[in-house]
Design a protein around this ligand. Structure first.
Ligand SMILES: Cc1cc2nc3c(=O)[nH]c(=O)nc-3n(C[C@H](O)[C@H](O)[C@H](O)COP(=O)(O)OP(=O)(O)OC[C@H]3O[C@@H](n4cnc5c(N)ncnc54)[C@H](O)[C@@H]3O)c2cc1C
Length: 318
């Protein structure tokens, strides 16, 4: 560890990397969960309830997203630090290039290191306000995530992951170009990727094949599938719209039928379909040798817990 950032806080030899953690897990397929930084005191309490519930289920790691700006960014740093210091969980802290100069990014990486966090997910991020709007690089920042990976690696012995996109990133000219960009992030020193949530397992399998064909060495790095157990049609539509991905027509139809025709959607029926879908997808992903199942929890434990229970991976608490 030679850098300012790394020298300030942490002894990385004592913290496992994500790849070490998932490959040494005694379960045939480990799982991990994603949280987002809370926006209120009430949300923070809910987050901690979810953290403590998952702690008992021994996820391989937990990740914490990084907001588009303002105070939620500080909260990501604080809460990731609290998870590292006060729980038995292994945190992965996200960081994005949005509105950050290189100097600020160095400082941010240093703040994580100060809190003992060495596993980072390097992302470009989306334009604040309108995620689908034009991307404008910070004048003293980075343009693409591969530069961010290199920057973090230069700062010390961090373990870096990146994002991957089974359907292709919505800004990419083609799937081939998108694959090339992912390979470039991996060649820059990323050790694994976590995918955008998706609903067709074939899309994940094709991504894996594309990366392996483009670069067999990089293709051997884990591609961890992101799974959202759907509990609300309105909510999943919004998430999908903001991420530039899609709900397949057959699933949209099923969820719409489950939601019913009233003003209020029938959440119980939608949830049933969502849990079943996440269970079936997970079974198939396990059969296809996925290295870990990464669940987007939206800071609630119950739906993911039910999926894990259906898979026989962990009991549902009474
Ligand atoms: C698992 C996961 C976690 C996420 N967590 C967060 C989060 O915490 N906070 C947040 O704000 N957002 C998050 N996102 C969203 C992410 O920031 C956006 O999807 C963003 O639009 C792309 O980020 P990236 O790191 O993949 O960017 P990049 O890899 O830089 O790619 C951006 C676009 O540019 C293209 N591209 C990449 N490199 C090059 C190059 N060298 N030349 C030309 N084109 C290139 C790519 O194909 C793509 O279209 C997450 C996404 C995923 C999948």
């Amino acid at each position: 560890m030679t850098s300012q950032a790394g020298a300030r806080g942490t002894n990385p030899s004592r913290t496992p990397s994500i790849v070490e953690r998932i490959t040494s897990d005694a379960r045939s397929t480990p799982f991990s969960v994603e949280f987002y930084p809370p926006r209120s005191e009430q949300e923070e309490q809910r987050l901690w309830r979810a953290v403590r519930t998952f702690e008992q289920m021994h996820p391989a790691f937990v990740s914490l997203t990084y907001g588009a700006g303002g105070s939620t960014r500080d909260r990501t740093v604080r809460i990731a630090g609290q998870i590292a210091e006060q729980t038995t969980l292994l945190p992965v802290a996200h960081l994005t290039a949005v509105d950050h100069s290189i100097s600020e990014l160095r400082g941010l990486v240093g703040s994580y290191a100060d809190r003992g966090i060495v596993n980072l997910l390097a992302l470009r991020g989306d334009p604040p306000g309108n995620p689908l709007g034009d991307w404008v690089k910070h004048p003293e920042g980075v343009e693409y995530a591969d530069e961010l990976v290199r920057l973090i690696r230069e700062l010390g012995d961090f373990h870096v992951g990146v994002a991957s996109f089974p359907e292709g990133h919505y800004r990419a000219e083609s799937l081939e170009r998108d694959t090339h960009c992912l390979v470039s992030k991996l060649r820059s020193g990323a050790e694994y990727s976590i995918t955008q949530m998706f609903f067709e397992v074939e899309d994940y399998l094709r991504l894996r094949d594309r990366v392996a064909a483009a670069d067999p060495e990089q293709g051997s790095k884990p591609i961890i599938p992101g799974i959202l157990p759907i509990t609300s049609l309105r909510q999943v539509r919004k998430i999908v719209e903001l991420s530039g991905s899609q709900i397949p027509a057959h699933l949209e139809e099923r969820l719409t039928r489950a939601a019913g025709s009233g003003n209020q959607e029938d959440r119980a029926e939608v949830r049933k379909v969502g849990i079943e879908l996440a269970t079936r997808m997970s079974e198939r992903l396990i059969a296809e040798g996925a290295p870990c199942l990464h669940f987007c929890t939206l800071n609630f434990a119950r739906a993911t817990q039910e999926v894990l229970s259906n898979l026989g991976l962990t009991p549902v608490a009474a």
